[in-house]
Ligand binder design. Structure first.
Ligand SMILES: Nc1nc2c(c(=O)[nH]1)N[C@@H](CN(C=O)c1ccc(C(=O)N[C@@H](CCC(=O)O)C(=O)O)cc1)CN2
Length: 291
């Protein structure tokens, strides 16, 4: 019988709180007092004169795996509560459970599956949910269960309830919309209650909506781009995680723009998902701090 793998002795602590003097000292002292070794630290203040302070610390602590609850309880009492912190600790070896929602486009979807297989993304993918059958064989090639939940204007509430049931049943910790072409309702986002990461095929805030490449072509742009953001009820308006652009010329058509866009969409989504999975993204209002 294989030994139960020890819960890791490395962890990532992320914090946001009202900025004041002594936060780094208080956290570092607490970790030192508990025998931890800080192996990476990043911090940012939105305004030293009373803004919000963000910090991300990776640390190693022998035996942490068996002492998680007491360690977190002590941190809450000694540091977090006195400093009015919002905080979380993630444990390295626990891959985050990620659902992928797709429609008919395969490029971002296959890219995520390939990066997971290559070990570039520390995730488990317990299921893929689609509103079309098109990508079933692709999912099955990677051994990922594929669920089709058809969505129509008349069944959106029932379809979303089924999507949430499937994801909650699979213990999903966050979802990725890999060119999923349905607008998620506010009820869905509230009921799912976990982060949703989207890839929008334009350099937001330009060209929101379903057909940005046609709009870009009509505008005669010289750059196209992609934006990965957290999904909010307002379409394509959530906190931006990653973006990039590609130069284009007058010789492009909407179809060649889409072809050029596929590469930048894949790269931007992978960058955003990796940052989310590694707890490097902290949300502040409708913006992000990405360490
Ligand atoms: N609540 C949100 N839902 C979604 C977001 C978001 O930001 N907030 N992003 C979209 C992705 N997207 C652009 O990137 C997008 C997808 C679909 C549409 C749209 O108009 N869809 C129609 C149906 C289209 C179809 O059936 O093919 C609709 O839902 O009525 C606009 C933008 C994903 N969801």
């Amino acid at each position: 019988m294989t030994a139960v793998p020890d819960v890791p002795n490395t962890a990532t602590l992320t914090i946001s709180c009202p900025d004041r003097q002594g936060i780094v000292a208080a956290v570092s002292q607490f970790l030192h007092n508990h025998g931890a070794n800080i192996i990476h630290s990043d911090q940012h203040s939105t305004d030293p004169e009373g803004g919000t302070f963000f910090m991300r610390m990776e640390f190693h602590l022998e035996g942490l795996g068996r002492a998680r609850e007491s360690f977190e309880r002590a941190f809450a009492q000694v540091v977090a509560e006195p400093l009015h912190m919002s905080w979380q600790i993630s444990y390295a070896i626990q891959p985050k459970r990620m659902a992928v929602l797709v429609s008919r486009y395969d490029h971002c979807f296959l890219d995520l599956l390939w990066r997971k297989r290559r070990g570039e993304l520390n995730v488990e993918i317990p299921l893929v949910i689609s509103n079309h059958e098109d990508l079933r064989r692709d999912a099955e090639m990677f051994g990922v269960p594929f669920h089709v939940v058809p969505v129509t204007p008349g069944n959106k509430a029932e379809a979303e309830a089924e999507q949430i049931r499937l994801m909650h049943e699979a213990g999903v910790e966050f979802a990725v919309l890999a060119r999923y072409m349905q607008i998620l309702s506010g009820e869905f986002l509230r009921a799912f209650g976990r982060p949703v990461v989207n890839i929008h095929h334009s350099f937001l805030p330009a060209f929101v909506g379903a057909n940005p490449y046609r709009a870009a072509f009509n505008r005669g742009v010289k750059l196209i781009g992609a934006t990965s953001h957290y999904v909010t009820e307002e379409l394509d308006a959530g906190p931006i995680i990653a973006q990039d652009v590609v130069p284009v010329t007058h010789r492009e058509t909407p179809e060649t723009l889409m072809r050029l866009g596929r590469d930048v969409e894949r790269q931007v989504l992978a960058r955003a998902v990796k940052a989310h999975v590694e707890d490097r993204v902290l949300v502040h209002g409708n913006k992000t701090v990405v360490f």
